[in-house]
Design a protein around this ligand. Structure first.
Ligand SMILES: Nc1ncnc2c1ncn2[C@@H]1O[C@H](COP(=O)(O)OP(=O)(O)OP(=O)(O)O)[C@@H](O)[C@H]1O
Length: 181
């Protein structure tokens, strides 16, 4: 499968969504994730769940062009991505006027903190708003390094390990702009 992204093309082996695997065994799941990882692609869906494998290097598909590409797009139009998940949540918030929640789980060093940062940055980027709203976004985003300064430590698994559980709540107005957190 070849996706033509705005900035580059990505050729992906394996399946985007593992519900499409002929047999959903542990071996088949690991094999699919491995094939995609070897193609430098870290995201795979399994139904509504997004699986992310820590690449331990900066991947090229987290830029402005990708933010633009995922904004307002149907999930099937693009490869699975944390921006796709974020966009879907944001649209559900606006359309259904219902609170949305994302649960990020994984072992230490799996990339949960980085994924949470991408989600918050994506929502901040696409939600627009006045200077006052921008101020709220700045506070929400800047709370990350502040909390990490107090609550993170180096461990044998992760140089920047969160030593605390994190519950982040962002409050939106009817226009979908963050007004508090
Ligand atoms: N998407 C990513 N792209 C590049 N590097 C990443 C990515 N995700 C994680 N990393 C790298 O892996 C390190 C560990 O990730 P992170 O701190 O997010 O793990 P964690 O699951 O929150 O761990 P812990 O439970 O110990 O806090 C990061 O500091 C970063 O160097």
């Amino acid at each position: 499968m070849v996706y033509h992204w705005q900035s580059h093309s990505v050729k992906l082996c394996g399946v985007d969504d593992m519900v499409l695997l002929p047999r959903l065994t542990e071996d088949a799941i690991v094999d699919n994730l491995k094939k995609r990882f070897l193609d430098d692609y870290i995201f795979t869906s399994i139904g509504p769940v997004l699986i992310s494998v820590n690449p331990f290097k900066q991947m090229k598909y987290f830029g402005d062009k990708e933010i633009e590409q995922y904004q307002g797009a149907a999930l099937y139009e693009n490869p699975p991505h944390v921006f796709g998940l974020s966009d879907q949540m944001f649209r559900n918030l606006l359309i259904d006027a219902e609170s949305q929640c994302v649960i990020i789980s994984g072992e230490s060093g799996a990339g949960k903190t980085v994924a949470a940062r991408y989600i918050m940055s994506y929502i901040a980027r696409i939600s627009g708003g006045s200077d006052k709203v921008q101020h709220v976004k700045d506070i929400v985003l800047n709370s990350n390094p502040l909390l990490e300064a107090f609550g993170n430590a180096k461990t044998i698994r992760n140089n920047n390990s969160s030593r605390f559980g994190k519950y982040v709540e962002i409050i939106f107005n009817a226009a979908g702009q963050p007004v508090g957190g």
